[in-house]
Each structure stands twice: as C-alpha cells, then as structure tokens.
Design a protein around this ligand. Structure first.
Ligand SMILES: Cc1cc2nc3c(=O)[nH]c(=O)nc-3n(C[C@H](O)[C@H](O)[C@H](O)COP(=O)(O)OP(=O)(O)OC[C@H]3O[C@@H](n4cnc5c(N)ncnc54)[C@H](O)[C@@H]3O)c2cc1C
Length: 450
C-alpha cells in the first residue's frame, strides 16, 4: 500500500486523534459541542439512554456513543394544564414518582420504567393501555427540544404535526432529544384480575378481549401450555393501589426469575430436568405473586423499575395484528415446540404479551393501522439464542409480524422496507434534511434507513 498516496488525499494525515468513543452529556452546552459538525468527535454518533434496547440501535462501534442519563432534571410540572417538562435522560420511574407526589401519572401503563424519557420517545414504548388509551408514551408528547444531526438546536411541537410524528420513534436518527413536554393525567386506580388458562382457552377468548375496553398483559409458557392473564379495568373503587405488591411482582419477574434461570443453567446440566424445574418456579411466581397480591394498581404503581439487571435478559419483540392473534398464539406454541425438538434450544423465561392500541401519532409506529398484540420472547439462554431469533423472525414474517427496530432481533432489511413502505420513505426524506451528512447513521441503522 502506498502510504504517501493515502496522506495526499488529506483524509488520513490531517486528522487529529478523535475523542473517546463514549461521552456522557450533563449540560446542553456540552451536547451542542459534541454535535458541532467541526467537533473532534468520531462519527457516527449514537445517542444512548438506559441501553435497554435489544438491538445495536444504541451502539456505535467505530464512532461515538452519547450517554444521556446525566441530563435528568424535571423542569416543570403543570397540574393545571396537566403537562410535565423534563430532560431526556430522566428515568421513567423518577418521573412517575415526582408526578405521583402531585397526584398525577403518566398516561398508559408502562413496563420497564428504568428506561429514559428520551429512549421511550425515540424508540416505540409499548404498554398495556386500558380502553383506547394509547400505551405508547411518545404519543402523549406535545413538544420536543433537540439538537439535529446537523448540530442545530431546534424545537418541534404540535404546530408541526408531521415533523413531531417523525420525531416519535425516530431512533436517534433525526437528532438527540434534550427535553420533552408531555401530557399527564390525574392518578386513576384500576382493578387487576388474573386468570390461569391453557393456550387454546386463551386463543378462544382473545378476540373478545381485544375488542373490549380492558387492558391486557399476559405471560405465556408455550412448553407448559399455560397463559397467565392480567386484565386491567379502570374502576370507581379499586381499593388501595399500594406500591408494595407491584414492587414484589417486579422483584419476582425481573430479579428472582432471571437469577433462578441463570443459577439452574449452571447447576443442572440435564436439560429436561432443568426446564421442568424452571417452569415450576415460573408457575409458582406467576400464581402466587400476581394472583394473590396484585389486585389493584395505578399507572404510577404498576411499574417495573429495573434497567441494569433487565439488560442481561435476551429478548426479541414482534407485534401481530390483534385480529389474527388467536391463530398466532397456537402457531407460536407449535413453533416453539418444533424448534426445541429440532435444535434443543428453548427460552427459559415466559414470553410477555400486551395489547397495543392503534396509534398513528408516529410515522414508524408499529400499531399505525390497527390494534396489535406485542409479543416479547425472553430468555437467559445465550447459547443458541441468535439462531432461535432468526427462526423466530421467519415465523413472525409468515404471520405478518411488525418489527420494532430497537427490539426485534435478526430483522431482515427487505422485510422492514416492505412493512413500513411509504412511511419509511417519508421518514428517510426527513432524515436526509436533518442529518444531511449521515452523522447519526451507523452501519446497523443504514441497512434499514439509508
Ligand atoms: C426486560 C425488558 C423489558 C422491556 N419491556 C418493555 C416494554 O414493556 N415496553 C417497551 O416498549 N419496551 C420494553 N423494553 C424495551 C426498552 O426498554 C425500550 O425500547 C426503551 O424505550 C428504550 O429506552 P432506553 O432509555 O433504554 O433507550 P436505549 O436503549 O438507550 O435507546 C433506544 C433508542 O433510542 C435512541 N435514544 C435514546 N435516547 C435518546 C435521545 N435522548 N435522543 C434521541 N434518541 C435517543 C437510541 O439511539 C436508540 O435508537 C424492555 C426491555 C427489557 C430489557
């Protein structure tokens, strides 16, 4: 290789050494410096919140990751107009706790409250909404301040509905969100009822349930033929929505179960014995904690707050049209069983599902056209997981599954383009305007968004 020729291009020789590949931002000034086009920062740049996404959407191996978690102040709670303004790095549980002190809550029931506000706006945040209340946190955002890919500070609000719709679920491709204002509501308690069903029993009622005003969350154990159903309805008198039972539930689901699986994976080499035990512990956890303790709640109390522990859980989420879900359920069970027979791989944690209301507020919303059921397949079993995720993607494509770029593993670019079609084209046009030099576009994101 002729090194003199390389230097003559000016590309290699004149470059000063780049700054470290991870930068934690604690002031807006610092963010503006990082995003400055002349800054000595390795590109591409990727904003990162709590890093709970399942894909490389929050990573930049050759460029720079901008960590947002130190930009975490609540700027204003307005109880009269029912809004809150906060910086993008605040964890959702901290936001919910501050709101609860003023008898207010976030709209929609959100799991995984350890994520950041910016991450929950920039990546679709799905939860079990009651009635027609959107479970997507971003749909309640009315204004966003950000620094664009071109390094420009800008504010986007309701007066630019198309641009705001592109900002929601923009995966950090248009700019880095600095702060957001969102609608909130007075705390309303709901009653939670639980049922234990076989998969065909759930399949026979899921249509009726999804057409009702009820919020649906479920844990599915395909190898045990079991579904634990959690139905939520707003109630005039739902009793006391104490935090403690929800904290115990959160502890059981996000700490005890992953730890049990991890330990048993090490201690019990014989698969059949290990899985039998894991399934029994899961059933006991679901049965005792959910059915006995958790009877009522509010969006302020029914939240899982952990992020660091949860990051170790492997998961892949696909959304399926609610109208087809009675068939998808049974097909998913068959898929899991057949895959286990063929490959000896199975997930050791239950799959989590919830009904997601129709939501056209974001250009890349996974429930843009109709209500969906999100199915999050979770596991602690690393060996064989990537192959399983590929098989799962094939299965999901056959059942018209809609992916989420931050949560769906092994997503084929052609399939994503087919699903989002014109909406993706529209998003790409905006992306080219706000980030003309592709400073926010990593190779991973480029396969879908270039
Ligand atoms: C155990 C577990 C359970 C989960 N349950 C749910 C669930 O019930 N519902 C659900 O919707 N999700 C769930 N998730 C997925 C995940 O928590 C969400 O996708 C979440 O919104 C990501 O937020 P984060 O702060 O971790 O963002 P990250 O993972 O750090 O980033 C996600 C995306 O947002 C972008 N981003 C982050 N911050 C900013 C910013 N300030 N400006 C611009 N772009 C930004 C990143 O570049 C990236 O593209 C779960 C994850 C785990 C591990």
């Amino acid at each position: 290789m002729n090194s003199a020729r390389m230097k003559n291009t000016g590309r290699f020789g004149a470059q000063r050494p780049a700054e470290p590949a991870e930068i934690s931002v604690n002031t807006i000034k610092k963010l503006l410096r990082v995003m400055d086009r002349d800054a000595n920062v390795a590109v591409p740049v990727r904003p990162q919140g709590a890093a709970t996404a399942a894909t490389d959407c929050n990573q930049s191996a050759a460029g720079t990751v901008v960590r947002m978690t130190e930009l975490d102040r609540i700027l204003h709670i307005d109880p009269e107009n029912l809004t809150v303004t906060a910086q993008a790095g605040i964890r959702l549980y901290a936001l919910a706790e501050a709101l609860a002190e003023q008898r207010l809550q976030l709209i929609g029931n959100h799991d995984m409250m350890g994520r950041t506000l910016g991450g929950a706006i920039a990546a679709p945040s799905l939860g079990a909404g009651i009635g027609n209340e959107s479970g997507s946190l971003a749909s309640h955002v009315i204004s966003v301040k950000m620094v664009s890919g071109a390094g420009q500070p800008m504010t986007v609000d309701n007066k630019q509905p198309k641009l705001l719709g592109a900002m929601r679920a923009s995966y950090g491709l248009l700019g880095v969100i600095v702060e957001a204002t969102l609608k909130v509501q007075p705390i309303a308690t709901f009653s939670a009822t639980h049922r234990r069903l076989r998969i065909d029993e759930f399949s026979s009622i899921v249509d009726t349930l999804t057409n009702n005003e009820v919020g649906i969350r479920f844990c599915m154990m395909p190898y045990r033929d079991r579904v634990y159903l959690d139905l939520r309805r707003y109630a005039a008198d739902a009793g006391n929505a104490y935090n403690t039972p929800w904290r115990i539930k959160d502890w059981g689901e996000s700490t005890v179960m992953p730890h049990v699986c991890k330990s048993l994976n090490i201690l019990l080499p014989i698969q059949s014995v290990r899985y039998r035990l894991i399934d029994s512990v899961t059933e006991a956890t679901q049965g005792i904690i959910n059915s006995r303790f958790v009877r009522s709640g509010s969006n302020a109390s029914a939240q899982s707050r952990t992020a660091s522990r949860a990051r170790r859980v492997l998961y892949s989420t696909w959304c399926f049209p609610a109208t087809d879900f009675s068939f998808v359920l049974k097909a998913y069970q068959k898929f899991c069983r057949e895959t286990y027979e063929r490959t000896h791989y199975r997930c050791d944690l239950p799959a989590i599902g919830y009904r997601v209301c129709k939501d056209s507020s974001a250009a890349l919303s996974p429930a843009f056209d109709e209500p969906m059921i999100a199915l999050q397949t979770t596991s602690m079993q690393r060996k064989g997981w990537e192959d399983f995720a590929i098989d799962l993607a094939d299965f999901a494509e056959n059942w018209a599954g809609v992916p989420i770029f931050s949560q769906t593993r092994s997503l084929r670019a052609d399939y994503a383009k087919q699903v989002f079609a014109e909406r993706l084209e529209f998003f790409r046009r905006i992306r080219r305007q706000l980030d003309p030099e592709d400073r926010l576009l990593t190779p991973f994101m480029a396969q879908y968004f270039n």
